[in-house]
Design a protein around this ligand. Structure first.
Ligand code: ATP
Length: 344
């Protein structure tokens, strides 16, 4: 069921450089939609329009089929969480979490306290209720910010790079904690980030935005398997884009002719999209080539090689058991069913 609908949403701060250029997006009830894109593409402006903090230049925002544009922020029941936790420094952690509840009528002080303690327990901060924000680490403060948002059970949760300033392992931990809590609570959520990995780990669906426009919306794997255009493929950094000329199931490139699986893209100039994990060692298929190992980088549990073939460079991400020295020659295969083409 659709919960939130953005209809031709636009925001123009400067006429020659609109921040948001006609966004159409539907977010389902309880869904976690990640709005992903490079810095300055209009993600925060979009969130602020949904929250009611920025007025759109044109377009509409519907919640459960009704426009919320004329509602003030406090009536929209959309809670925003920012990178900066923005806790009240002189209030205890417990009071920070129950602060929003106290603004709402209908519950007693004892009920507020109980809900706040439950929310703190849910983010693994049982026993921290009497501390002040400065007595907590950055990661713990951000967990308080999450508890403070979730305790209100809003109908929409809007998060703007909430874990952006934390270190890598803490980000991982908070992401999975947040994902579980969001799923349990079933709150329709938009999570803004510029980090592809974060998007892929969190999202039910991802909406990729560039220069104020939506480029592609889909499940996380779609962006690897079927990027809609070269800009999306490049942004994910997970594919090599090689220029070529397509004729039927063949693509002629500078390093040779490659056989591809069936494609609906017309014959003519194309980008051949080779996923960086899809390259296989050995000459065991139709698309066998030989290249030179130009460089090697260790990336955690994987190794990233750069292969050179007749002036074309291909990135290849592989297991640490494939040990090759720069300068070595390698025979490899490009499985046709893992190749795609995009119109050029
Ligand atoms: P980041 O990831 O860096 O936060 P973003 O994708 O969230 O970027 P926005 O903050 O929405 O991008 O900004 C989009 C564009 O709108 C930018 O060019 C920015 O300079 C401009 N912009 C945002 N807010 C205002 C404002 N209040 N007045 C003028 N221009 C603004």
């Amino acid at each position: 069921m659709t919960s939130l609908q953005l209809i031709s949403l636009r925001k123009i701060f400067e006429p020659d450089n609109p921040a948001v250029r006609g966004l159409d997006l539907e977010v389902c009830s309880g869904e976690l939609m990640v709005l992903l894109g490079p810095s300055g593409c209009g993600k925060t402006s979009t969130l602020r329009m949904i929250a009611g903090l920025t007025q759109p230049t044109s377009g509409d925002i519907l919640f459960d089929g009704k426009s919320i544009l004329s509602m003030p922020p406090e009536k929209r029941d959309a809670i925003m969480v920012f990178q900066d936790d923005a806790l009240f420094p002189f209030l205890s952690i417990g009071d920070n979490v129950s602060f929003g509840l106290k603004q709402r009528k209908g519950k007693t002080a004892a009920q507020h306290k109980k809900l706040a303690l439950e929310a703190l327990a849910a983010v693994d901060l049982k026993g921290f209720e009497n501390r002040r924000p400065h007595e907590l680490s950055g990661g713990q403060r951000q967990r308080v910010a999450l508890a403070r948002a979730l305790v209100l059970r809003p109908r929409m949760l809007l998060l703007d790079e909430p874990f952006g300033h934390l270190d890598r392992s803490l980000r991982q931990e908070l992401r999975s904690m947040f994902r579980n809590l969001q799923e349990q609570a079933g709150i329709t959520t938009i999570f803004v980030t510029h980090d592809q990995q974060e998007a892929v780990q969190l999202a039910d669906r991802i909406a990729v935005m560039m220069e104020g426009k939506l480029q592609q919306v889909g499940k996380p794997n779609t962006f690897y398997e079927h990027p809609k255009n070269p800009a999306v493929a490049r942004f994910f950094g997970s594919s090599n884009l090689v220029p070529g000329i397509k004729t039927g199931d063949k693509v002629k490139t500078d390093f040779g002719t490659v056989t591809i699986a069936k494609s609906s893209v017309s014959d003519g100039p194309v980008w051949l999209v080779i996923r960086i994990e899809s390259i296989e060692t050995g000459q065991n298929g139709n698309n066998s080539f030989s290249g030179l190992v130009e460089s090697r980088r260790f990336q955690g549990e994987r190794i990233r090689y750069r292969l050179g073939l007749n002036g074309i460079s291909l990135d290849w991400l592989t297991s640490p058991f494939v040990q090759l020295e720069p300068g070595a020659t390698i025979e490899f295969n490009l499985p046709a069913d893992r190749l795609t083409v995009l119109e050029k």
